[in-house]
Design a binder for this molecule. Sequence first.
Ligand code: DAH
Length: 461
Amino acid sequence: MRINWSSCRQLVSTQDLLHIGHVRGFHISTRQLTNSALPRHQEANKEDRLITDEWTNITSTIERLTHRKLLSNPAHPLSILTDIIFSKFPEHEYTRANFPNPRVSVYENFESLNITSDHVSRSKTDTYYLNKDHVLRTHTSAHQVESFRHHPTPGFLIAADVYRRDEIDKTHYPAFHQMEGGRWWSPQGTSSVKELVAKINEDAAKIPVSEIKIIDDTLPFHDGNPKQDGQHPEVCIAVTNHLKRTLEMVVGDIFENIVGDPSVPKEPLQIRWIDATFPFTSPSWEMEVYWQGDWLELFGCGVTQQRVFDRAGYPERVGWAFGLGLERLAMVLFGIPDIRLFWSEDPRFVEQFTPGVVTSFKPFSKYPGTYRDFAFWLKEGTIPEEFHDNDVMDIVREAAVDLVESVKLIDKFTHPNTKRNSLCYRVLFQSMERTLHNDEINVLQDSIRDRLEKMFGVELR
Ligand code: DAH
């Protein structure tokens, strides 16, 4: 699920330049947009999103997930966590923005954030494309430009569902949730760098100081994690300080007040900052928290790239942004052992939780699983590297929806004489809710075999 962001080049495309002009053109009228309104260019493209082409790879299973809207149930653990985090940010300073539609343009998801067309995250094997111009958002950052453009407050917060083609196991699912936050300052009204820095520092001084142990060996900026050209070093340092204090306060509050697994002794909370790379921030960091024996990566964040503010129509602004994966944090806080449980409609899961309260998950019995192997010869001339695991994942998921515990490549070989390549995947069928019968698994197995043959022209063995 992790994207290696460091292989990004950064450039401003002609489309960006056009976009900046366009945005400025109707800036006044779009100010009236409410939080829940769709971004303007999404609205314009509503029809276009329905057109399929050779890029389309969204499956009906994933399409169904887009309608589940887990965050609209206040008693769902992901909503409980979201509400707790939101409550740490002053409402007059941070607008809670709602982007219910996960279908966004390629521009919003990638280009508006300096993610160039050669970046791995844009490949069809990693992203669900509706068509060549539209995707299911792969991160909430897709709404950064829009949010920096419209909100009446200097900060915003978003929580939403995001989608990435990925393996299936206890900690990975093709749909998950993220939170995004941003905060900006404008030098307008301040006549000098000194005044701007003083304003940011004044805001930072209002953030409650966290008691937790913080390990920060990072430099404010350096060649490997540079400040942006044209940004005054003191401004960069002040923005960074506000960002780090904000996230430390949030994490300190959440972890200090949460029970966790009562069988594990509570240790003093520690967090650490490490350098990172994102195409839309510089300098950039990740924050990790030490929790019950492991460093858990929480936030990706940094000083927002000036080009993001340019695209939002406010080139004079400076600020920061962060992104946070909600599932992993919710799994830790509620003691939920498997990411698929978040999607469960079993009353034994759904009825356990109460809005506003973090309670320890009470496990219910797991039903036995059954393995089946799928071995096949690839079409002549296809090498295993051209056949992506995610293609198998989607076929299996399409046929068996949530009855699959895991899919693993267990064997790969080339026939010594014919030179044909063979692959074997092992699928574990298991339900969270009941025991699966052999007859039922046989039907699923046949359907998967059928699809493998039809879609990839493989020869089953
Ligand atoms: N969008 C990033 C991801 O999904 C996370 C992230 C990193 C968001 C840095 C941010 C940011 O806003 O500033 O991996």
